[in-house]
Design a protein around this ligand. Structure first.
Ligand code: ACO
Length: 401
């Protein structure tokens, strides 16, 4: 629905579009999205092809640099990332200073920002080479920070990973490797995670990406911009939805598993409850990522032989919502986060870490969007407003108020 209002202000015409539902903030050559037709493409490649045929690092390269890498380019990119993945020892002290119960997204956002202090050369970006160095540094260090966040939570020693592993394999290794124990990678798990990360890698001007671009537009460094992106992603109406999905399902289970009751709650306009994992700002028919990942979720659950009452509740809700007038009329279908939460749970990833997993996937998209914005020398982002407050009032001394 078009709900833009155009208002005359002192400086000319200002369009008022709360939530930017109809406002484009930039021109971008990265991601194409057609919400009506359920199309998603990165740099012109169909998400279905990329999810099936590419791996996450190839997709990261594609998003950031615009073309699929050849073998040599991919190898160089991976080697440069590995060579830059070490995180300063002092960062461990910062990780240790957080309460173990701290939300991982708050910790990750702080650590990403803190990296700026340890990598001052990444702040002042003046050339494409500066940019490249900052990019490989954050691609290397961000998964280390994410893994340490989990290890802090689980009181496990920090691990720098295993350079002989692939990018996604190493993420799992850094998160789950136990000291003095061999860590066996399950190929089904690696493939499911790789796919999930690809599906999350970019989604044009969503809340966190717009945040990264707008913070970066002030020429704050890449890491500061990404830290803001992590904070934006945290919210339950955005990336935090995957955590909220599982928490909602657990709540329904504890309340006796009556999904119909919760369907009614979601429809009640007096009740703030919403069915988490349903609906999308842009996809109003179906989310193409949800289609891919639903298949993956079924495969993972089958392969791992997971029997989980929470997941049965998810299946029940999905079926009921697809047949319910309220949801059908409003085109509220399960979104990618509905299924990603289910997969992460089946993989044994703690619920509070789900949004961190999303951030690991979104990292190349944020970087690509930041790089595009800087290369195009976009002006500082500075929306206008329509003032609706008081007119000029005489000041009254405090004694007389
Ligand atoms: N449960 C119940 N009703 C819903 C839901 C839901 N999950 N989502 C939307 N609606 C209803 C609204 O109440 C509204 O009804 P109305 O027309 O009678 O007033 C109508 O559907 C349209 O909803 P809006 O909030 O206007 O849609 P918007 O595009 O602003 O919001 C959003 C999209 C935020 C995703 C919303 O659907 C929602 O809150 N979903 C649950 C949270 C979620 O899953 N977020 C993840 C999004 S995906 C991502 O970030 C990767």
């Amino acid at each position: 629905a078009i709900d833009i209002k155009t208002l005359r202000a002192s400086a000319g015409i200002i369009t008022l579009d709360p939530g930017y539902k109809n406002t484009g903030s930039c021109e971008s050559a990265i991601t194409y999205l057609d919400g009506e037709k359920g199309i998603l493409r990165y740099r012109g490649y169909a998400i279905e092809d990329l999810a099936e045929k590419a791996d996450f690092l190839e997709v990261a390269y594609l998003l950031i640099f615009g073309e699929l890498p050849n073998k040599t380019q991919l190898e160089k990119f991976h080697n440069d990332i590995k060579a830059n993945s070490e995180v300063d020892e002092d960062v461990k002290k910062i990780v240790d200073s957080f309460p173990r119960t701290a939300h991982p997204m708050g910790v990750l956002s702080s650590l990403t920002s803190a990296l700026t202090a340890f990598n001052p050369s990444c702040v002042d970006i003046n050339s494409e080479e500066d940019m490249y160095q900052a990019i490989v540094k954050i691609m290397g260090k961000f998964p280390v920070l994410a893994a340490w966040t989990l290890r802090r939570r689980n009181a496990k020693p920090y691990d720098y990973g295993n350079a002989s592993l692939g990018y996604v394999e190493n993420m799992l290794y850094m998160m789950f490797k136990k000291p003095n124990e061999e860590y066996k990678l399950n190929p089904v798990v690696v493939e499911a995670l790789d796919k999930l990360l690809i599906l999350h890698a970019d989604h044009e001007q969503n809340c966190s990406t717009s945040t990264v671009r707008i913070v970066g537009s002030s020429h704050a460094g890449l890491f500061a911009s990404l830290s803001a992106g992590v904070s934006a992603l945290w919210g339950p109406l955005h990336g935090g939805a995957n955590q909220a999905v599982i928490e909602m399902l657990e709540g329904i289970k504890e309340d006796g598993g009556d999904t119909a009751k919760y369907m009614e709650k979601a429809k009640d306009k007096e009740d703030p409850f919403r069915l988490m994992g349903f609906g999308h700002r842009v996809y109003k028919n179906f989310d193409p990522r949800a289609k891919i990942i639903k298949k993956s979720a079924d495969e993972v659950l089958g392969d791992l032989g997971v029997e989980d009452p929470v997941l049965s509740i998810a299946k029940g809700l999905e079926k009921q919502a697809l047949e319910d007038d309220y949801f059908v009329k409003r085109k509220l279908y399960p979104n990618v986060d509905f299924y990603s939460g289910i997969i992460y749970r089946a993989l044994g990833i703690p619920t509070e870490m789900f949004t961190v997993m999303f951030a690991l996937g979104r990292l190349p998209g944020w970087i690509a969007q930041w790089r595009e914005m800087r290369l195009k020398k976009e002006p500082i982002g500075r929306p206008r407003q329509v003032y609706v407050g008081e007119n000029l009032r005489p000041f009254v001394e405090v004694e007389k108020r």
